[in-house]
Structure formats: C-alpha cells, structure tokens
Design a protein around this ligand. Sequence first.
Ligand code: SF4
Length: 155
Amino acid sequence: MSGTIDNDALLAELRALYARIDVLYADWSCPSSTECCRFGITGRQPYVTSIELTMVERAIAKRGGMPSPKKRALPLTEDKPRERICPLLNRDNQCSIYADRPFGCRTFFCERAKQGEGPARSALQTHVNELRALAERHKLGGDAPRPLMRALGCE
Ligand code: SF4
C-alpha cells in the first residue's frame, strides 16, 4: 500500500544483511568475556537504527519481555554501578536476544576480539551503508542511530 512501511519486508532484508555479516566474520573469535555487553567497562555501546530497534523489540516481545532484574547478568567487578550492563545480558552471560542482536553486537567492537581471515573492520563500511539505506527506508527522512541503552529506555 502506498505510503505504508512494510516492516516485515524490511526486517527480512535486515536479517539477510546480518546473515552476510555473520558469514564474513565467522572465523573471528572472542574470549566471551561479556565485556562488550558491559558498557561502563568498554566505554562504548552499540548504536541502533530504528529498523534494528524494531527487530530487538520484536525479539523482546517474543521472549515475553526483558529479562527480569533477577535474571540479568551479575557484575564482574566490584565497581558495580559503573559496569552499565546491557539489560539483555542474562545471568548465564548470554545475550537473551542473540539471533536478533544489533549490527554493532555482531562486529566484534571489543578490542579483545581476535581477527580471523575475513575482511578487516574497515571493510564493514559497505554494510554500514546498506544498514543506513535500510534505516532510511524504515524511517523516512533518515535515521540517526542511538545508543542501545537509551533506545531501550534504560537510561
Ligand atoms: S544486545 Fe546482546 S550482544 Fe548486544 S550488548 Fe546487549 S546483551 Fe550484549
């Protein structure tokens, strides 16, 4: 229908983009420290576009809501208030929406990630551009990525 955004179709395109990224970086590895999900430790966090946020929100709804505070990850350090743990990281130190996690969570932005033989991070720009184009179609007029915590209403 003219003027209507077909979220399902855009989400299918986003999933296809994620699948291509996952293949490209399949031989990268990380120590699963969960540091990248503890934004106070890394000093940064993934930024999400509106289409990525839509996928995250659907995944949260599908699992019945955000993990309850009791099921969320425990702090690793004694400097607890400053870890700023992603509310989607559970007590088993796993992402509770792993299959639907945003672009930034797939591209090893943690410095401890070990590079494989796949393309270097600089090669991601093509995919970033694809993501931006998708986001612009999702939110007409453009979309400014937002920090994940803010997008989730957690700060
Ligand atoms: S969405 Fe998942 S992978 Fe990304 S920061 Fe949160 S818990 Fe970690």
